[in-house]
Structures are given as structure tokens and as C-alpha cells.
Write a protein that binds this ligand. Sequence first.
Ligand code: SAM
Length: 453
Amino acid sequence: MNRVYIKTYGCQMNERDSEAVAAMLRARGYRIVNDEDNCDILLLNTCSVRDAAEQKALGKAGYLAQRKKHNPQFVLGILGCMAQNRGAAILEQLPDVDLIIGTQKFHQVPGYLDNLRAARDAGLPIGQSIVDVGEEEGSQNTIRDHLESPERQVTAFVSIQQGCNMDCAFCIVPKTRGDERSRPMDDIVAECRALAERGVREVTLLGQIVTSYGRRDYTHTNGISPFVQLLEKVQSIEGIERIRFTSPHPRGFKQDLVEAYGRLSKLCEYVHLPMQSGSDRILRAMNRPYSSQRYAEIVGALRAVRPDIYLSTDIIVGFPGETDEDFERTCRLFEACDFDMAYIFKYSVRTGTVAAELADQVPDEVKEARNQHLLELLRRNSERRTAALLGTVEEVLVEGPDKTGRHFTGRTRGNRVAIFDAHPRLVGELVPLRVERASVSTLYGELVLNGVA
Ligand code: SAM
């Protein structure tokens, strides 16, 4: 009765939180399983950034709750952002949910499940649902355990910060994730070192606004921000070969971070730089503290330091009051930046945010048309950027078998997924790949193994 299945919605932060919960549960004697039809406890780790994500998780929870009719012992939990956003109100719609656990309480999940199981073993009725969505000091330090698996793990996410203080007019994250809190630098470095000892070669540092890392806890030294100091420390860890991070804020791209791309050899030449809009009027209404010109300057500075840099972005179309002219400005900046990848979102009204109260909401069909237009620009650009890679040799980190199990997969430093044939002993190695074929998002090729052990 201790088989746990965790389903995760949303971003890499949520995936990392789920992994930490799974590791804590396994340490307590629970079994983490991959089959949602054969589990005793099902936890949905949820996302609130857009309404569609919440509706998806609510629909799934409603469907799963029916399982209790045949199996009253089945435990259903809702964790993370939607739990934090909606709290006990979820029970009005879904009274059979057993656990509602917020974003600062992930580490309490094992204890709550132990209590539920003990009550059940004692023959007591399971009773009322448990709702815990409070704040907890130091909770950012609890996302540190990693799941060990029999296969070698080559890449890992490392949480460096929780919460966000940016107050973007559209965004619910400050409500669901609380105030910005950073983990101590030494703890993060120790975690990366332990991962390297286990065979991890690439770490992705995670936070809502990673570029603000440690700004209240550490000082700048010689013009170097705490975030760049952290990058320097991770760079010096033997065994770690590649460093990535997400997500940053354009405001954090000062000279020290831009220059880091020229001097930190392990920092991959790939940046996800959320733009949101190319119209200064809309950026101001969004409470984004940069102009379109400043955004273009950052892109130019990064390309000056690393001409081969790969860029991706987030764009919101249909923010309240966005006119055709505003959207055209977004398209122009989008094309000028020559992105490899972009996440394009139709603006979603989030109750409790400033933008939800704004007049002049954009009709759905206009959002959809703008979304399609940008997707088409992105497709053309990605295709062109990918075509330029044909015939070149790219370094890939071999991560393991691909989904089919017939080939191997890995990523280039520019974060492109590659599929190729390899010997299993190459898992964890950095190997040159000659790119022979490409779809918009995936490269196919052959490893260039001369001189590679
Ligand atoms: N670091 C990022 C930044 O600079 O703002 C924040 C990451 S945010 C959680 C992920 C993305 O979701 C945002 O960049 C934004 O494009 C999108 N997003 C947030 N709120 C949204 C909303 N109400 N509607 C549509 N997209 C939204």
C-alpha cells in the first residue's frame, strides 16, 4: 500500500520539486512507481501560470477521485502552485482529495502520508482532508534531495532559489511561490559536487528569477554579482562539464553576466531570455523594467561575447490593451533577435494580478491569430538556424537511450536535442557529432569517434 505515482505539470521548477518529494518519500520506505494505474497514492504537482494548466489538473483530479469509489484506501494529493493558489477551496469542487500541500511544504508530504497510513492501519476512518499551504521560513533549503536510479544520471536540476519579487502585472507566481528566497551558496556548491561524484556532468540551476540569486544575502565583489559568483564556483567543480540556468530576467543581464559567457568555459552558450513583448507601452503596462531597446542591447552584447550563442524567449500575446501596432513591434524585435526557440503564450487572466483588473482585454480570436503568426515566424527562424548546423560538428553530452531505446540521445551546448547511435559506455561523455539531418527541433547525425576512448 505504499506505491506512489507523481504526475507533474508545468515548469522545470515543478519537476525538480517532484523529484525532491520522490527522493524524500523513497527514503521513508515508499516505492516510486511509473504506472499511474497501479499505485496506492497519486500526487498531482500542479501549475497555475495559466488557467488552462489549472483546469487540466482539476479535470485529472476529478477523474482520479472516482477511483476512491472502488478503492476507498486510494490516496489523492494535490501539491504545488495550484494547491497554493486555491487552497481549501479545491475541496468545494473535489471533496475527496486527501492532501492539499502548498509550495513551501513539499518536505512535509512524507509526514502527512505517514499519518494517513498510520490512521488507516489502525482501522480509523481516513477522516478530513489535510490542507497545508502556509509559509515556512527556510523552505527553499528543503529542495535538495535527488532520486538515485540504476541508470547513470548525466544531467540534473539544482534549485538555487524559491519565490519571486518582480510583480509582473500578468503573473501569479509571487502569490503561488511567495517572496524570493535564496539557498546558501555553499549548500548549492556541495549539492553540485555530490552530483558530480555520482556521474552528473551537466547542472541546470533553477529559480524563478535566477539572476537575482543571493542579492539580499551576499554582496557584489569587484562588480561581480552573487549569481555570477555562484556560476564561478560551479565552474570550478571537477566533473561538472556544463552549466545552464533558467529562468533569468533581462534586468539581471549586467556586464558581469554577459562577460561570464566569454570566460566561464562550462557555461553553455545558450540563454533563455524572457522578452514578453517588443512594445515599450506594453512592457510598461506589464511592469517589466526594461525597454525593447535595452532588450536588443542585451542580445547584441551576448552575441558580441559569444557570436555562436543560442537564444530562446517567452512571449505573451494579447496582454490587455495590446494593439496591432504593439504586436507588430513584438514581431519586429522577435525577428531581429533571431531566436532558436520561443515559448509563445496567449495571455491568460489570473485572478488577483494587476492585469486581471485592466479594461481592454483582447478577444480570444485576436490572441489566437497573433499566436499563430509568431509561431510561424519562429518555425521559419528555427528552420533556418537548424539548417545552418547541417554538416557541422557539435559537441553532445551523451545522456542515454532515446525514447525508442534503439538510439541514443543527448544535447548540444546550444541545447538542441540530438539523436545518434552510440556505445552505452559513452553515456556521460562529451562527444563530437557530425550533424547529417535535422527537423525543426532535433538534430540527427553520427558521432565522430576518432581519438575518443
Ligand atoms: N523569469 C521569467 C520572467 O522573466 O518573467 C518568469 C518565468 S514565468 C513563471 C514563465 C512564463 O510564463 C513567463 O515568462 C510568461 O511568458 C508566462 N506567463 C506568466 N503569466 C502568464 C499569464 N498570465 N498568461 C500567459 N503567460 C504567462
